[in-house]
Ligand binder design. Sequence first.
Ligand code: NAP
Length: 314
Amino acid sequence: MERVVIIGSGCAGLTAALYTARANLRPLVLTGTQPGGLLTTTTAVENYPGFPEGIDGYELMTRLQKQAERFGARVKFGSVEAADLSRQPFGLTVDGEPVAAEAIIIATGASHRHLGLASEHKLENKGVTYCATCDGALPVFREKPLVVVGGGDSACEEAMYLTRFGSVVWLVHRRDSLRASKIMAERALAQAKIKPIWDSVVTEVLGEKQDKVTGVRLKNVKTGTESAVECAGVFVAIGHVPNTQLFKGILDMDESGYIIPRRGAATNVPGVFVAGDCADRVYRQAVTAAGQGCAAAIEAERYLAAGTGKRGHQ
Ligand code: NAP
């Protein structure tokens, strides 16, 4: 029987692990399929406090895991396949094995949003990708025109990173101004290799016959004009969807699937707490996720100290 199980190993999950470990709860952290979470795919994190020169995302998460383990957190590679939150102890199925827990902290984060095109799906990993830092250096993209879709911080970051490899980076955005923070937007637009294509959406990824991306078909949403742009890669950076499908119908969620926290980190199920991007559609920063992980850990510790879990729900 676990006292507290933390589902997810991003900034929120590992900070919750650090705090529950220091409370002597020996938390079990289940990593999910991407240990360290989405931040591990980022290069320089420049806005995490305490690192004036910035820090590599993978290194930040490795350090955070070490810090949590130092106080007794157990980090295990595994994914939760089912969750029974209807009675105490809670029951989880982790890669086929049952795990019982008195308290649970959900920190499952969010995944990349897809464009939802059939051609995008067919050409995924054949030129369509959701992570420039993971795939940008591949030989197929070298000295070739590349397309980044999106107008947020992620799209700007991806586009800037890709200027190292591509001959030109077309930044396709559905409006005529970027959503990205001012500093990121200005940096991206100042790069000679980055060429914005405003008011445009991708209607098709081209290259199905060749079994590799050869271009994209675009539509200008203001004029309705269609055009095609040649490229070897399409980097989709249009935001994220919360990883909360497992808890649909059990935990209160908004229409987009973000868990709705009550009184900070609590949920509608006593003993189940939530932190990070799976419950935050507003801030979605590494540092806010870490703060929410801390809050969830403190709430879980108080819940366990009160003995509510052992007595069962009223
Ligand atoms: P985001 O801020 O939600 O931006 C998503 C972008 O994709 C928006 O420009 C949006 O257009 C566009 N978009 C959404 N759905 C689309 C669709 N179906 N077709 C075409 N375009 C679509 O997401 P993000 O850039 O991933 O950033 C997420 C969070 O992480 C933000 O809070 C951001 O500040 C943070 N972040 C920070 C950094 C950094 O500081 N270094 C780096 C990466 C991310 P509209 O603008 O028209 O809505």
